[in-house]
Design a protein around this ligand. Sequence first.
Ligand SMILES: Cc1cc2nc3c(=O)[nH]c(=O)nc-3n(C[C@H](O)[C@H](O)[C@H](O)COP(=O)(O)O)c2cc1C
Length: 203
Amino acid sequence: MSNIWEKPASHGEILKHIWKHLDLGTLERSHPFHTPVFGTVFDNQANLRVVVLRRFWRRPPQLAFHSHSGAPKIREIQENPFVSWAFYHPAEKLQLRVKGRATIHAGDHLAEEQWQATELFSRRCYVGEAPSMESKKPTSGLPDNLIDREPTRAESEAGKANFVVVASTIDQIDCLELAVKGHRRSLFTWRDDGEMETKWLTP
Ligand SMILES: Cc1cc2nc3c(=O)[nH]c(=O)nc-3n(C[C@H](O)[C@H](O)[C@H](O)COP(=O)(O)O)c2cc1C
């Protein structure tokens, strides 16, 4: 790990580093940013779960993951779109806490684009039951005939009706970089007019 205090710090340099790792998080399955924690608030309670980071856009900054339309988090977002994300990269010693507003995309251009990019094996999840349904016995929620195999392309199409993309604006990034010589914390906030404001915080 490079020493963050070796060269002059600028918010621009830190943001470049953040963007690079969010890009890698969408591309590399083994990258720690591939599986962030995504938070909703429902009934005054924080609900956290791991998701797979599927898309990252820089301008305006946004993140997205895929989900089943029947998942509780979808209803939660419809009631309260204010969401948060947490990322941690152990080798880079980089933590990001992101705040944003989420929208659900079903049957639109983004959902179609992401569905086409989804492998048959992953499409199987959407052919099955929505997550968080009660069952009398342990269950995968998958149809019996798909339990131990990938669906054919034709079979996978049954999942399309249940497939949604959850996209979230990035309204704020609280970035913590750990270092032996002292940690460093920076805050990036995007105003409604798209302009970014920056601050330093004590870690
Ligand atoms: C590594 C990992 C990746 C996951 N990826 C997703 C995902 O991309 N989308 C999703 O809806 N659930 C994903 N899940 C399952 C969620 O964490 C959660 O258990 C499920 O979606 C039900 O959440 P809910 O009841 O809050 O809607 C993943 C779980 C793990 C462990």
